[in-house]
Write a protein that binds this ligand. Sequence first.
Ligand code: PLP
Length: 425
Amino acid sequence: MDATAAKVIAGTMAYLNENYLKLQAGYLFPEIARRVREFCEANPEAAKRLIRCGIGDVTEPLPPAAVQAMKAAVDELSVRETFRGYGHEQGGDFLRSKIAQIDYRARGMEIADDEIFVSDGSKSDCGFILDILGDRNRIAITNPVYPVYVDTNVMAGHTGLPNESGQYEGIIYLPCRAENEFVPEPPNEHADVVYLCFPNNPTGAVATRAQLERWVSYAQEHKALLLYDAAYEGYISDPQIPRSIFEIPGGTECAVEFRSFSKTGGFTGVRCGFTVMTKRLLAQTADGRELPLHSLWHRRWSTKANSVSYPVQRGAEALYSEEGRAQVRGLIEHYMGNARVLSEAAKAAGMEVYGGKNAPYIWVRTPRGLTSWQMFDRMLQELNVVVTPGSGFGSEGEGYFRISAFNSRANAEEVARRLRGASFS
Ligand SMILES: *Cc1c(COP(=O)(O)O)cnc(C)c1O
């Protein structure tokens, strides 16, 4: 190699994934953090009263059954006789069999143990699933939406640039409004992949059986794939509302379900969730062959991952024991008690309130036509309460804000007290 060629090569940098440059700056939670920080610096007295009902993170300690199981698992790993190394790349049989049996088969859904894939949480799974899907899919996403579905598609190069209302070229947006009770009907156009999330973050809406049946019919007609995020299924108390897309006839042939222990077992910091994908779920090649996605998803796991740590899986397993289930129910009742307190207070303050019945989120219309960020600022300045501006979840969220029920009861009651005394006229 002569000297000039070497120089040219030396001057060439690694290329980056330019799709990341399409992502919109000023992401919601950093912007909230910035405004809260500025307010607290300028108002140190009010800062002491600040209550956060913004980010959707649990506040209560882990269920004791999970703690005990995780400690016992660490002890097991600490002696030669019971030490374990790598486990099954899809997750331990001990955990997958409990999930499949208790969450699905006992409720009449035909899910085999090897159709469960245990991961470090649903956020990861929502992104990883794109590894096994092609690049030419028409993607449909609700508006407002959990931002992960959109951004992972942007990163994968499935979109163009965003327009001024923040919508990306190439994505079909499904508006969720008060008129449709925040549950979109299937569109009149073709989509290959549809993201659905019920109970919904951020709106707290749930889909009825009839609504989910229409989505499954749409998927059958269009040979579309439903990506069904059921992270909050544990919060459904209404027995008429399906907790899984697989409760709908035909669902196992058109949907992948994402579940998480984050909001049920309080595992947001522990990290564990799973996907359910049946071997009957098909997708097509460019030349029209219809093949099961399951073998690709399994290959993806065995090549790129090894499930999640053994103590964590034992902790998740413990959530299925009798005590574990009672403790999870207790946690959910606690958060839903907060949701009731907060919903009633917002209603008493004259606001239009949605969600909060089968989900830990309350979706509130801003009074007097305030924008979401104006309302955010007034809640911060006048009540010293942090909420999430609805517009941060998409253009259809403008004019709404989200109150999270993840808090201590004392905090929820204090927020309720301040809301009742508020006047946003
Ligand atoms: C919290 C949440 C999840 C779960 O995320 P993890 O990564 O499992 O903690 C999934 N989907 C939605 C919509 C969520 O709000």
